[in-house]
Design a protein around this ligand. Structure first.
Ligand code: ROI
Length: 166
């Protein structure tokens, strides 16, 4: 079994209930269990134009799926929650990104792990560090070093966790 960390984000529709449903859907994937989830954050949207704030959190899964199988399953959960891939970095009902897959470094046409932009995204680093403060990245860098150089501007800890539901 592999520990995988997944970033969840939503800034369209009923974000709280979408995220809750996505957590439950990940727990129901084949050979996969939702082990833990971070507190919830509100974050200023990174992307074009004026967009609603996002809700973000990070989940830890234990999975027997390969990284590529996991990616396909997460894409199908996104699709089931109304995700349409249209505008680049536009608003989205549900975004599920594989941040880490065990200690693997993966670079294929479909998937790059660790997630290539996680080092600069406070809405990923802060919840990930709530879940796994002592994590060391596959490159050997402690997560806390990245977090220490990443501003928390535009990020607000809401102080609650979203329950997996429905
Ligand atoms: N911005 C924020 N704040 N949170 C996200 O989850 C998020 N996801 C994205 C882009 C469009 C880059 N912006 C985001 O995919």
């Amino acid at each position: 079994m592999i520990d995988a960390y997944i970033a969840l984000g939503s800034n369209l529709g009923d974000s709280r209930s979408l995220l809750s449903s996505a957590l439950a859907a990940m727990d129901q994937l084949p050979a996969t269990r939702l082990v833990d989830r971070s507190p919830t954050y509100r974050s200023r949207a990174v992307g074009p134009g004026t967009q609603r704030d996002y809700l973000n959190l990070v989940a830890r899964l234990e999975t027997g799926l390969t990284a590529s199988e996991l990616l396909a399953q997460l894409q199908s959960i996104e699709a089931n929650h109304g995700r349409e891939r249209s505008e680049h970095w536009g608003p989205r009902t549900l975004d599920l990104d594989i941040l880490l897959y065990g200690n693997a470094t993966i670079s294929t046409d479909e998937l790059t792990v660790p997630h290539p932009r996680m080092a600069e995204r406070n809405f990923v680093l802060y919840p990930l560090s709530d879940l796994a403060a002592d994590l060391v990245l596959p490159c050997g860098t402690p997560l806390q070093r990245w977090r220490g150089t990443c501003s928390n501007a535009g990020l607000e800890a809401l102080g609650d966790s979203i329950e997996p539901g429905r």
